[in-house]
Design a protein around this ligand. Structure first.
Ligand SMILES: [Ca+2]
Ligand SMILES: [Ca+2]
Length: 142
């Protein structure tokens, strides 16, 4: 209530609004994970600037290579929602093992060379792009 010097009074209403959503800070974590059985990812989580509760949605499948998004959100008392995201990358850094069919080959001069191919195994991939390059090593005999 305001009172003037002449004694008149007036009621005023002051409304305090909050239209600022919570600011969420994603806590740095180890967000690159090696694919594989037994591999785990731990969420380093996130905080909101005014201490609001932060909820996380999304999941990471450490058995499947790819990028995963974790979304954090927090709602303040005025109903404003702040969000932030974290990207987690599941990688496969284990090289495939290539095994030559038949091993090294020695042929008589003049004989045709037959490529026997190779097999592979990998911790993750079941199909690989394979390239076979001929790089024949000649041994001269005098
Ligand atoms: Ca706010
Ligand atoms: Ca691999």
């Amino acid at each position: 209530m305001l009172t003037a010097t002449d004694g008149t009074q007036q009621v005023i209403t002051i409304t305090i609004i909050d239209d600022a959503p919570p600011v969420i800070t994603v806590i740095p974590g180890n967000d690159t994970v090696e694919q594989g059985q037994g591999s785990t990812w731990t969420d380093a989580e996130a905080t909101a600037d005014n201490g609001e509760t932060v909820a996380a949605t999304g999941s990471v499948n450490t058995n499947t290579v790819g990028s995963y998004t974790i979304t954090y959100s927090a709602t303040d008392l005025a109903g404003n929602v702040g969000t932030a995201t974290r990207t987690v990358t599941v990688v496969d850094t284990t090289k495939p093992v290539i095994t030559l069919v038949g091993g090294d080959v020695t042929i008589e001069v003049g004989e045709n060379y037959t490529e026997l191919g190779a097999t592979f195994s990998d911790n993750y991939d079941t199909e690989l792009i394979t390239t076979i390059e001929d790089d024949v090593e000649y041994v001269k005999c005098w």
